[in-house]
Structures are given as C-alpha cells and as structure tokens.
Write a protein that binds this ligand. Sequence first.
Ligand SMILES: [Zn+2]
Length: 382
Amino acid sequence: MLALHAQDASSGLKLKQLPVPSLGPEDVLIKVYSAGITPGVMKLLKMGQSAVPTTVGHEAAGVVEALGENIKDGLNVGDRVRLHPILSCGECHQCQLGFDSMCDEAAQMGFAKFGERTGLYAQYHDGALAEYVRVPRRFVDRLPDNVSFDIGAKLHDAATALRVLKLAEVTKPNSTIILTAPTGTMGTVTLKLVKFFPNIKKIILVGRSKERLESIQHLTEVETVVFPISAPSQDSKPSSGPPGESIPGPPQPSPIVRQLRELAPEGISAIIDYVPAGPTLSQILPALATRGTIVHMGGSPAPLQIPLVFIMSKAWRLVGNRAHTRDDAQEILDWLQSDQLVISDLITHRFPLKDAHRAIDAIETRDEHVWMSIIEVIPEKV
Ligand SMILES: [Zn+2]
C-alpha cells in the first residue's frame, strides 16, 4: 500500500510502498478514503515525540476492510467509520474522569506521544496517511450516513476546538472574547462552534492580515471585529515592571490594549490563543478582564512577558490543552448528524495521496488561504 512515511526524525517524509498491516484479534483494518493533514508533524518528529520509522497522519475516515477474530459487536466489513486517533489506557484516573486525552499513555496515532508512558502507541503508532490503517476496535467510531469521509477525518480538529471553547468557561452573559491567529483550521472551526456557547456575544479576531481576518467573518452569526496587529519593534519594552524581586507597578496600557478596551469596555472574558510563535499573547493580555481565562492551544515556544503578580491580582486562569476527549468527538458527531453543525465549507484544499508533499507545503507556507486541507486517498462518490 502507498503510505506517507518517516524513516527517522531528520530525513523528512517520503511516499513509500509498505505491506498492508496484519490484524490482531481486537483490530480493525480501515480502508482510508479521506485523511486530514495538519502542520506540526515534522516539528514533533524532530522533537523526538514520535516513534520512527512510522507512517504519519492522525485524522482519517473510510470503510472497514477487515475485522480481528474477536470483534463480534455488530461492526461489519463495509461499514463507514472514522478513526479516533487519541490512544488511552481506559483505566487510569484521567480516563475514568473522561479526560482520556490526559491519560499517562495518551498518544496520537500517526502523530506523537503525549503522555509519560508509551502504552498502546508502541504498537499502534502508524497513522492514516496511507491506503490502509490498523486501529484497535475501541478507537473506531461509526460515521453517520450524512457525514462525508472528508468531514469524518476533520472532525478531529472540530472536537479539539470544542474542548478549547469549553475550557474558556465563558459564563458571563454578553461576553467578548479574543481569538488569535484565527484564519487556519482551528480558528475557522472555532468560529463555527461559537453558536453553541450563547454567552459569547462578540469575538475580536486578532491576526496579522486584515484581509485574511475579514475573509473569515462570515463563518459565524456572532458579531466579529477584525483587529490586525503587527509584532512589537525590537526596542519596545514588554509590559512588565523592573526585574528582580520587587513588585512592579501596574503596566502602562499600550495603544493595542487601549484599543481592545474600547472594543470591550467590560473587559475580555477569554483569550483563545492559537498563535504558534511570537509575542501576540503578551501584547494583548492586559486587556483580559478580572477572572478572565487564557486558553493556549498554539503550541508556542515564546515566553509570556508579564509579571506573575498580574496573574495573581487579576485572578486570571491560564489553561493548556491536549487535543480532546472521546465525549467531545461524540458531541461533534451528533451535531453533524443532526445538521446543527455544518463545516464542509471550511475545506479549501483537496490533494491526492501522491501529492501529499504539495499539501504539506501549502499548509506550512500559508501562501494561500488554507482552512482545512484533505488528502483524498479514494475520492468519495456523491
Ligand atoms: Zn488512562
């Protein structure tokens, strides 16, 4: 079978002919129709978070090609399914609480290990940018008839955006939130989901390009305001006090913060931060309301340039996240099945598997507007 494969952490991804995986008694072989592609695969490989050699790709939907001998729960060959790529032990404290993506053994097939222990990932690290993928039965969901394979694959990102919105905990009616770097997959699908969070009445879209920010405003009925900002100049000082142990005074609001406060006089209830690098969060953070929440999901290596005393005195919550839970994915599936949620208009790019490198280039250079990108392994007949 054809697969997008990494031999090691440094030599890049190559299309390769590999044997179709053989099945254990609890395994399902999925014939992949659609697979998602996201930035960051190469970064994680280089960071040593991924098993190698491996096949990459963690978002996929297709049909059941074969079943392990112990699977007798009604799943049949030919059934339409999606892969839930977040492996977990199913037994630990986090799993019992429903936070399976926080399991010590949590890992994403075709992507990387997140938890401390390797668990199922050692056996099931091979992902779905391939003609076939082998998946433990526990991580296979049936796909409703009205949900296309493309959407079945990209449901993964929608479920993560749902988790992020839940973590923002916007409980105050008529709240304003900020969405940073909102013009990619996560930002656009977050806009689609905001309607399920009725306390959010206004969204300030913070990014570099006014034109790209304006191009996503129609994706939600909720009021949006575009707020293009540029990086601070080299000699501008961060909004922090003097170094050392002394307690700094309140920061002088920058022009950016003053403008944000004019847009939201009662303060920003939450910042959902999808910025993958750079100082944006530090630039806008002083506009956050007392008891406001920051959910960081951009995976940025940049430090937060603000004295901790402001986090204390403003009672801010800074929340991280890792993917989504099984329940989040099911909630998205239910909304898609009932047509309460439509995200098919977010798919801007489709590539055949043989052009996977072109797909990765498009998503990494972002020369074009890429919202959701699909690898069509087998085009679905409509
Ligand atoms: Zn667990």
